[in-house]
Design a protein around this ligand. Structure first.
Ligand SMILES: *Cc1c(COP(=O)(O)O)cnc(C)c1O
Length: 228
């Protein structure tokens, strides 16, 4: 049995608790998504044995492989990677959440392909908060319109917003990107949506994300080790 993963998981949970406390936020305000991309099914088993149930994957084929291999475990799978429209079906059939909805066509396909026997698929709209041309995500100015359209789809449940900020050593610039996402969520809720999820913060920046209101952090390397 892998001894490293349980210890690393405990360390990450302690970081989350400390960051929430420092921000004056209640215990349990921030949930942990363990990002298992590129790591084998046994790494997921080790984290599950240590109490983790929510796992994130970036690649459709890896989601298919791990959900099949680990079908006997009561795990909740989140798809967090870029999604092409011809690959939505396995995600609609296997994931509980999709964090990376950045255009209406993808959302419409996920809604149409979500099996009737499953509850609605939880989704977040991914927002490009850094204005970098290369990043995926809808522009902040278009996020409200996309969120409204996604919220109207019958087999999806819009839960909130997700971002991957531009990596920077400038703490105030990083905080500003997380704050952009928080303000957009506040705007949507002021307009009548009931969104509860700010998916932001990874291994290197979960503390500033939690300070700005993250409700879910997506953590890979700090739990499973460096990816090759
Ligand atoms: C890989 C990945 C993560 C986890 O990143 P770490 O730095 O390993 O914690 C989180 N979110 C997304 C979208 C990712 O692709």
């Amino acid at each position: 049995m892998n001894e490293t993963i349980p210890r690393a998981l405990a360390d990450v949970k302690a970081r989350i608790a400390a960051a929430a406390r420092a921000a004056g936020r209640p215990e349990g305000a921030v949930s942990l998504l363990a990002v298992s991309k590129t790591f084998p099914a046994d790494a997921v088993r080790a984290a599950h044995a240590a109490g983790q149930t929510a796992f994130g994957e970036n690649y459709v084929q890896e989601l298919v492989d791990k959900t099949s291999t680990l079908a006997e475990l009561p795990l909740e799978w989140h798809f967090i990677g870029p999604l092409q429209s011809n690959k939505t079906r396995p995600v609609a059939e296997r994931a509980a959440w999709v964090h990376s909805v950045d255009r209406l066509k993808i959302a419409e396909r996920l809604s149409a392909q979500r099996p009737d026997a499953l509850p609605p698929l939880n989704v977040c709209v991914q927002v490009n908060v850094s204005a970098e041309a290369s990043k995926s995500g809808v522009a902040p100015g278009e996020a409200v319109a996309l969120a409204r359209a996604v919220a109207a789809l019958p087999r999806l449940r819009l839960r909130g917003l997700m971002c991957i900020p531009e990596p920077t050593d400038d703490a105030s610039r990083l905080a500003e990107q997380f704050a952009t996402l928080r303000r957009l969520l506040e705007q949507l809720n002021a307009e009548g949506l009931a969104l509860d999820t700010l998916s932001m913060g990874m291994s290197a920046d979960l503390e500033p994300a939690i300070a700005e209101g993250a409700t879910l952090v997506r953590v890979g390397s700090a739990i499973f080790g460096a990816r090759t």
